[in-house]
Design a protein around this ligand. Sequence first.
Ligand code: AMP
Length: 415
Amino acid sequence: MPFASLGLNDQIVQTLASLDYTTPTTVQEQAIPAVLAGKDVMAAAQTGTGKTASFALPLLQRLARKTTPVGSNAARVLVLVPTRELAEQVHESFRTYGAGLALRTMVAYGGVSINPQMMNLRKGVDVLVATPGRLLDLHRQNALGLQLVETLVLDEADRMLDLGFSRELDQVFAALPKKRQTLLFSATFSDQIRAMANRLLREPVRIEAAPRNSTVKAIKQWLVTVDKKRKSELFLHLLERHDWPQVLAFCKTRKGVDELVALLDSKRISADSIHGDKPQPARLRALERFKAGDVRVLVATDVAARGLDIDHLPVVVNVDLPIVAEDYVHRTGRTGRAGASGEAVSLVCADEVEQLAAIEALTRQTLERVEENGFVPDHRVPVTQAGGQIVKKPKKPKKPKASAPVVTEDVRFRR
Ligand code: AMP
């Protein structure tokens, strides 16, 4: 199905052709006509499904039809996102897709000076992409009125709640006009998200881009069991053994990130990091270096797990499993994007068996286990089963025989 048949105009279709977008993705096919018709949308869509274009394209087209200029200190479309990185990325998408349209767009997030943002808002903007905290600051300082907002987009709504933005969001909702279009995108749908959707959306068009709470199918997922203290060593070993050209690695803590980067540096493997302690410009620079291929390993905490749009990333490694099972879906979503294949590898120690069981229950699968020669753990990781049960007591380690990775008996439980 071509883009034009979804109701997009020639100019936007041409821009898409210049970007080599030939066929709409599932979420685009369903969302674009609904958004063009002014309907509310509730979409289960994770990063990598083409969700950004699914709302940006139709909104840009509707904005381009407006004949009156936007009022000062106002925005017509407000896009709320959880992180600064995602804000930059979504804004960049609006700029790319809206090339040639005379529209004003802007991005606003915290951690940088508010004054330029206040100045920019004086003339008003067609599209404002913002994180909730900074948006409220701008609102409180009268730099931005919310009464003229025509469309509200909540992107990665689940992540905004995970990051504790619930109160800020309620304050924003209270300041918005009742009559408006609302589009809600979320990778996962907890009871809290559903309650929020029920409150905010009116007869929404429901869209499911991928099965709920599932990981992207094209991704090969497996885990290596290992003792906790040997995870970094195993990471280095796997990096070399598989000769992965680029890896996005996730650690639980900022300290863990820094330690792994220091180890990689000491081995002369180019690495950079993204975590909450780093100032925003340094985080963006690390991402840019990674995207440009200047850095082989980018190590991150979950702050970076969402929204990072990195083309052709072959491998994600969970050096630590995430505390929240949904984050596994988001982390692995960084690879295997736009139909490409990818690999997600988790280094799992005995302490993490509960987290593993939760991930397997959420994603309805049992991850294939591999034992790496020389790294067979002293503390065995109990066997798990899809559905989240831990089914066996740990066994004593056996001496490995072959030099190739050994797939343990646990694969019997795979479906
Ligand atoms: P998103 O899910 O919005 O983060 O988009 C994931 C990636 O897919 C981005 O790099 C987009 O540029 C790309 N993309 C989105 N829609 C299409 C399409 N219809 N054809 C090809 N690539 C696309």
